[in-house]
Ligand binder design. Structure first.
Ligand code: ATP
Ligand code: MG
Length: 385
């Protein structure tokens, strides 16, 4: 009888011919997440991934790590035994003796159709054996304290407790994205949601140092640290918008300041993305949340981009976004009161319905390409493990 964790995957199981690619990527990601547990080994077995070498000492830590690996639907504690009914009964008895509870139920699945007993027969044989050899357990098929699973395959598995996984798709199977990350609540959530669909994320942050502080940048790094746990590390590009912002302020109508600044952000982010093999940009915008997130504003900012800009939060309410931020533990960092480059010079009356022609006319007053070249020459890259 050997103890193991069984990792089950949800949506990947629906994949056809390229399922192996998804499962192999998931297995790689699991190994990566568990790299500090050298004793833990992975093995692909029929529709799941087995983890060997997990013991009492490291189990809860291993499970915490697995809960941040996308593509896992469930993590199940189990023991392996030979596919012989006597071995299965014995292993089930051993397992249940170690569990807390008074009532139990056995649920069997016969994956190997050559096994002589049918699923209900396996369940009753195991149930009877437990009742005969213990005196503290009763059967309750409706509300049992313990559900003992028996899965019969070439080998058999007695399963006894599940932890839900994050679901989603294995990181790396969904291409790459550049998350435009501020210090706010929304963009880290947007990054998490895209990573959950398998998109490997790289952060792009704009600051206006010295008008924004170094602490504000550190805050973004700490947010990156939280995202790194889901994203297998997090690379973060820091780009200064100080000169661009000052040029806009001195030369453009201040009602357009916000939208022009956002268009510069998009263009710099896109330049960085192209130079670094990143396919798409991602923002934390949510429709109508602020002046720069009206449909008219989005039309104007989007027009500055030549690559797709994904906005996974566009249809979400703030409280839904906050709930996710709390779950991924970025919320308490996000609400720390540091200034953002967008908030340093806020116009009194921002244009909530900008018209692209007018925005373009304003931008004529600036040497856009030169400003972008200069900003990009000073990019600082930070690598967060
Ligand atoms: P967030 O909570 O993510 O800061 P927000 O509600 O404050 O969003 P805006 O300030 O309008 O909204 O920003 C919208 C989006 O633009 C952000 O979600 C982010 O993707 C991007 N963005 C804003 N400021 C920055 C910045 N300083 N650096 C990088 N991206 C930014
Ligand atoms: Mg913000």
């Amino acid at each position: 009888m050997k103890r193991l964790l069984l990792v089950r995957y949800g949506e990947i199981a629906l994949k056809g011919l390229n399922r192996n690619y998804f499962v192999d990527t998931l297995a790689d990601n699991i190994r990566n997440a568990l790299k500090y547990f050298p004793g833990v080994k992975t093995e692909k077995i029929q529709g799941r991934i087995a983890l060997w070498g997990v013991d009492d000492e490291n189990e809860s830590e291993v499970i915490e790590k697995l809960k941040k690996v996308f593509g896992i639907s469930k993590i199940t504690r189990a023991v392996e035994t030979d596919s012989d009914i006597e071995d299965i009964k014995e292993a089930s008895l051993e397992v249940i003796k170690g569990l807390k509870g008074e009532t139990f139920k056995v649920e069997s699945r016969r994956g190997d159709k050559n096994f002589p007993l049918k699923s209900p027969e396996i369940s009753s044989a195991v149930g009877e054996y437990i009742l005969r050899n213990t005196d503290c357990f009763k059967v309750d098929v409706h509300h049992p304290d313990i559900v003992l699973g028996v899965e019969v395959r070439p080998k058999s598995y007695i399963t006894f407790s599940d932890v839900p996984g994050e679901k989603g798709m294995p990181l790396g199977t969904g291409g790459s994205g550049g998350i435009m990350i501020s210090g706010g609540i929304d963009s880290p959530v947007a990054a998490y949601l895209m990573a959950k669909r398998g998109m490997k994320m790289t952060g792009i942050h704009f600051h206006s140092y010295p008008f924004t502080s170094l602490d504000a940048q550190k805050k973004v790094e700490r947010l990156g640290g939280k995202l790194a746990e889901y994203n297998n590390g997090f690379d973060l590009a820091m780009i200064s918008l100080t000169d661009i912002q000052q040029q806009i302020i001195s030369k453009c109508d201040d009602r357009y300041l916000t939208v022009i600044l956002r268009r510069f952000m998009i263009r710099c982010a896109e330049r960085f993305a192209r130079e670094n093999g990143i396919q798409m940009l991602v923002t934390g915008e949510s429709l109508g949340q602020v002046a720069s997130q009206t449909t008219d504003s989005i039309i104007c900012t989007d027009a500055a981009a030549d690559m797709p800009v994904l906005r996974p939060l566009i249809a979400m309410d703030k409280d839904e976004i906050i709930a996710i931020a709390q779950k991924i533990d970025t919320y308490s960092i996000s609400i720390e009161p540091y200034e953002d480059c967008c908030t340093v010079f806020v116009p009194k009356h921002p244009q909530t319905h900008p018209v692209l022609e007018k925005v373009l006319a304003q931008e004529q007053r600036l040497e856009c390409e030169r400003l972008i070249d200069e900003a990009m020459a000073g990019v600082k890259l930070i690598n967060i493990e």
